[in-house]
Design a protein around this ligand. Structure first.
Ligand code: SF4
Length: 496
């Protein structure tokens, strides 16, 4: 028996999947490194945590340690000292002995209850609400703290208040909302020791055999997904459009390929997807293509925005997680098939990008269709810009009214190529229809574009050449999106 130390993140891994937990202790090397998107979420969580600490300016912080680090016992000893001060403590660390192992936690915030020998526990999250998994998180922590002999009164979760609107410096007292989850967490605390013993036995036992399932993406996308899912056939049932958890029912029934799903289980576009896989040919409904092409008026303005939506609003008048556009690309087609002209805008400093972006958008002339791919996003961005900058509202309303969606025939599966594998995103449709995708681009998806832009305009000390490299990558990526729209439209024209 190894008598493992289980931190709260490992405990949550145990809830998600025994194979994930076992691998973290026994075969860690096969877990792919944290990708840039996940790292960004971690970093966002840290900066939100730092803001929360400003609510208790007299707080003291226990220096970093962790279940995987040798100074674990030092963090616990420091916490013991700090508890005597009866001040708010950040990252208070506790160890409790459990059947089969040790429980280790670092609590975000502990607040002394005035006139009592008790503490309030506050867990800080960068999410917008308390989630079920957060209750387990707090239950696990509270058990360890009480197991170490410290009495707790209230257990709560602090998360982002989405109705907060930034005006001037960030006001942490308004940025956060707090949910009292004492009863919910205490109910679960009863189950934690049993679960802990089970997870300790899993860690010490043989490698568990766990089939893929909904647990691979909930409550978190598993770090092992690329490992466990890499053997799946090209048209695995998890690629079936709008299948959700039903895909795993098929897996349990031994059905792995889209072509083998019984027709009675499928509706509408799902049937189209299966037929396309079986025949190996694209499905083309010419009526739907005509409907789209006939609705277009030239010149055509192929438009795509890139945006950021940080948890902590960057600019006055914005809310947490609000999409703020910092870039757009326009390909302008004067007539069907004419060589397009390219216009672009990219904000290259840390000022609010929206006023200059609106000015640049006014290059869109008064006539013609504004075309976007999955246009709901562009429509929402335009509407929000118009509300925030009323002087531009006539223009944003006009552009919104002229907006058409190039994704329409793909969303309805009126046009579907088996290479799309159930997706109607631009990144799936382009290679399926043209054979060429986003290969070779330094920035190849919208999330990366937002992260990279934030780095380019905010990272202190970033060398100028790196900044320029990011801007070059952003221009290439956004331009590729609207260039792809031109190509896809050309392919659609050729289908009728
Ligand atoms: S990908 Fe799924 S099966 Fe594999 S370890 Fe993660 S949760 Fe478990």
């Amino acid at each position: 028996m190894t008598h493992p130390t289980i931190s709260k993140s490992k405990f949550l891994s145990g809830i998600q999947c025994p194979l994930l937990l076992w691998t973290q202790y026994n075969d860690r090397g096969i877990i792919p490194p944290t990708n840039a998107g996940t790292q960004y979420i971690f970093d966002m969580g840290h900066s939100v945590g730092d803001l929360a600490k400003q609510l208790w300016p007299n707080g003291v912080e226990v220096p970093a340690g962790g279940a995987d680090r040798p100074d674990l016992d030092a963090t616990v000893a420091t916490t013991r000292e700090y508890l005597k001060k009866r001040k708010p403590i950040f990252e208070a660390s506790f160890v409790s002995d459990e059947p089969g192992g040790r429980r280790y936690v670092r609590a975000d915030v502990m607040l002394p209850v005035l006139g009592e020998d008790r503490w309030d526990l506050v867990e800080v999250k960068s999410s917008t609400r308390t989630k079920d998994v957060n209750i387990w998180d707090v239950a696990f922590q509270a058990g360890a703290i009480e197991g170490a002999g410290v009495k707790l009164r209230r257990l709560s979760l602090m998360h982002i208040n989405t109705s907060y609107v930034r005006h001037g410096p960030i006001e942490p007292a308004r940025l956060f909302a707090t949910d009292d989850i004492t009863d919910l967490a205490r109910n679960r605390m009863r189950d934690v020791p049993r679960m802990f013993a089970e997870y300790a036995a899993t860690i010490d036992g043989p490698k568990p055999v766990v089939p893929i399932g909904a647990h691979c993406v909930s409550p978190y996308t598993c770090a092992m997904k690329d490992v466990c899912w890499n053997h799946l056939p090209e048209h695995h049932v998890t690629t079936m459009v709008r299948a959700g958890k039903k895909a795993f029912d098929w897996v349990e029934r031994g059905i792995h390929d889209v072509a083998d799903i019984p027709n009675r289980d499928l509706a509408g576009s799902q049937r189209v997807q299966k037929d396309a896989v079986k025949s190996g040919r694209a499905v083309i409904d010419q009526k739907a293509i005509h409907a789209l092409l006939d609705s277009l008026e030239y010149p055509l303005w192929h438009l795509d925005f890139e945006s950021v939506n940080p948890a902590v609003p960057l600019f006055n008048g914005t809310r947490p997680f609000q999409q703020v556009p910092f870039q757009f690309s326009l390909h302008v087609e004067e007539a069907p098939g004419a060589e397009p002209e390219h216009i672009e805008f990219l904000s290259v400093d840390s000022n609010d990008p929206r006023p200059a972006l609106l000015e640049a958008l006014s290059q869109i002339g008064p006539y013609g269709t504004v075309l976007a791919f999955n246009a709901t996003f562009e429509s929402q961005v335009l509407a929000t810009l118009g509300m925030t900058f009323p002087e531009w509202k006539p223009m944003t309303d006009d552009l919104g009214a002229r907006l058409r969606d190039l994704a329409d025939p793909f969303r309805t599966f009126s046009v579907y190529h088996p290479g799309q594998k159930g997706s109607y995103s631009l990144k799936s449709v382009l290679p399926a229809l043209t054979g060429a995708g986003y290969e070779g681009l330094a920035i190849a998806d919208g999330q990366a574009a937002g992260r990279q832009w934030l780095q380019a305009v905010y990272k202190p000390g970033l060398p100028e050449s790196d900044r320029e490299g990011i801007f070059e990558g952003l221009r290439a990526y956004c331009g590729k999106d609207t260039g792809a729209m031109v190509e896809i439209l050309e392919v659609l024209r050729g289908m009728i």
